[in-house]
Design a protein around this ligand. Structure first.
Ligand code: ATP
Ligand code: MG
Length: 222
C-alpha cells in the first residue's frame, strides 16, 4: 500500500529531518508511528499525503511511484485518502452534517448521494443523533469523531491520522484508537502518528518508531 525507499526530507530552515527512511505498509495494516517531538512524524504523514515532497528517495502508493506526481494526479490520489488532525479543524459556523458533507460537496457528489453517505459516516462514529448540532456544542471527543466521520465519508482506502487524540483524556483517546481500528477491520489501511506510548501499548498493533531521521522496525520482517 505504502512504500518509502531511501526517503530524505530537508527543510531549508531546519535541515534534514528524515534521512534514508525506508518503510513498508501492507494493504489493510494498522500501524502506529511514534517518536519524540520533532522526530518527523507529521513530516512523514505529509510526505505520504503528498502535501510535502521528499528531498531524495521515492514514495510508492499502490505500486505507483508518486514522488513527482503532477498537481492533477495529486488531487486524484488524495481523494482516496482520509486525513485526521489533532485539532480536527471543524467549521464552527456549520453543523455536524455540513462539516461531514463538505468533502463530498467539494468532490461534486450528487445531492441525492450526499445525505446517505454523511449519515452512514456519522453512524459509524456514533454521532447520528447529533447531525444538527454545531461543533461548539459537542465535547472534545465528539468533535474528534466528527473529524473522523469527515475523513472517512468518501470511503478512503488509506487513513492518515496525526496525533488524533492530542487534546483528549486517556479514556476518550483509547475510544478514538479503537474506532480507528474498526476501519482496519473493513480493509482500510490506517497509519496513526502518536507519541502516547501508554495508549499505543493498549492496542496490539505494529509500531514504527522514528529516530534520528530513520524508521526503526519500518521494514517488513524486522
Ligand atoms: N514546514 C516546515 N519548515 C521548516 N521546518 C519544519 C517544517 N515542518 C516541520 N519542521 C521541522 O522538522 C522537524 C520535524 O517536525 P515534525 O512536525 O515532522 O515532527 P513531529 O514528530 O510531528 O513532532 P511533534 O511530536 O511535536 O508533532 C522539527 O524540527 C520541525 O521544526
Ligand atoms: Mg507532529
Amino acid at each position: 500500500m505504502i512504500r518509502m525507499q531511501n526517503v530524505a526530507k530537508r527543510y531549508a530552515q531546519t535541515g534534514e529531518v528524515l534521512s534514508q527512511l525506508n518503510l513498508e505498509l501492507d494493504p489493510g495494516e494498522f500501524v502506529f508511528l511514534t517518536g519524540a517531538s520533532g522526530a518527523g512524524k507529521s513530516t512523514l504523514l505529509k510526505l505520504i499525503a503528498l502535501i510535502e515532497t521528499p528531498s531524495r528517495g521515492n514514495i510508492y502508493l499502490n505500486g505507483h511511484n508518486v514522488t513527482h506526481a503532477k498537481r492533477s494526479q495529486i488531487a486524484k490520489i488524495r481523494s482516496r485518502m482520509g486525513l485526521i488532525f489533532q485539532d480536527h479543524r471543524l467549521l464552527q459556523d456549520r453543523n455536524v452534517f455540513e462539516n461531514v458533507a463538505l468533502p463530498l460537496r467539494i468532490s461534486g457528489y450528487s445531492q441525492r448521494e450526499i445525505p446517505r453517505r454523511v449519515r452512514a459516516a456519522l453512524d459509524k462514529v456514533g454521532l447520528l443523533p447529533k447531525e444538527k448540532s454545531n461543533p461548539i456544542a459537542l465535547s472534545g471527543g465528539e468533535q474528534q469523531r466528527v473529524g473522523i466521520a469527515r475523513a472517512i465519508v468518501h470511503k478512503p482506502r488509506l487513513l492518515l491520522a496525526d496525533e488524533p487524540t492530542g487534546n483528549l483524556d486517556p479514556t476518550l483517546s483509547l475510544e478514538i484508537f479503537q474506532l480507528l481500528a474498526q476501519f482496519q477491520q473493513v480493509g482500510v489501511t490506517v497509519l496513526v502518528a502518536s507519541h502516547d506510548l501508554n495508549l499505543i501499548a493498549q492496542l496490539d498493533k505494529r509500531v514504527i518508531r522514528l529516530e534520528h531521521g530513520h524508521a526503526l522496525t519500518g521494514l517488513r520482517g524486522d
